[in-house]
Design a binder for this molecule. Structure first.
Ligand SMILES: CC(C)(COP(=O)(O)OP(=O)(O)OC[C@H]1O[C@@H](n2cnc3c(N)ncnc32)[C@H](O)[C@@H]1OP(=O)(O)O)[C@@H](O)C(=O)NCCC(=O)NCCS
Length: 161
């Protein structure tokens, strides 16, 4: 079901990530993931040349409202993680962040972008389907749900050529 979003579009800039963003990203990540990544893990990921990403930065606010981190190697790319702060959701930021990744990958002439998503994650599935990702695999019982039950992971692919 599509939500009747009433919020105004966000006035954010989509800015490339650097290792200096690590602590802000760790703060956003802990809101949503059962195994949050530490500041050190983000620093390490962001200092590796294969990884890149973007943050959604509102004017005059230090902490970004969302970010996406991706990896590109040998022509194939993967979304490592994407998150938008709860208060900023439903205003198109997830879409803008993913568009930033797709533009970069087109410029690099990458062939395909992959990701894994919990099959019960309705907002994320809506975002990915909107961006023409299609399901190419499923991993049974891959995620540990908050209520204790395991849920499956969908592997999705978006062709870039
Ligand atoms: C998934 C997530 C990044 C989406 O960010 P967002 O900024 O709210 O998404 P957008 O506003 O750009 O919406 C993108 C599309 O998804 C749809 N959508 C977003 N949230 C939705 C929801 N709760 N239910 C149904 N559709 C939804 C929107 O309608 C929009 O489609 P449209 O362009 O056809 O209108 C955000 O919900 C989030 O951070 N979730 C927690 C972290 C997470 O689950 N990350 C993904 C891990 S794989």
């Amino acid at each position: 079901m599509k939500l009747p979003f009433t919020k105004k579009p966000a006035p954010h800039a989509i800015v490339p990530l650097s290792p200096r963003d690590a602590s802000a990203l760790a703060r956003l990540h802990v809101e949503d993931f059962s195994r949050p990544w530490s500041v050190h893990e983000f620093e390490t990921l962001l200092s590796q040349p294969v990884n890149f990403g973007f943050k959604a930065q509102a004017p005059s606010v230090r902490i970004p409202d969302g970010f996406v981190l991706a990896r590109l190697a040998a022509g194939e790319a993967e979304i490592l993680t994407v998150a938008v702060a709860r208060a900023a959701r439903g205003r198109g930021l997830g879409r803008l962040l993913m568009d930033g990744v797709l533009r970069t990958l087109h410029a690099q002439r990458a062939e395909a972008l992959f990701l894994e998503v919990d099959e019960t994650n309705v907002p994320a599935l809506a975002l990915y389907r909107r961006l023409s990702f299609r399901e190419v695999g499923r991993r049974e019982g891959y995620y540990q749900g908050k209520a204790g039950a395991k849920t499956g992971a969908l592997v999705m692919r978006r062709d870039l050529r």
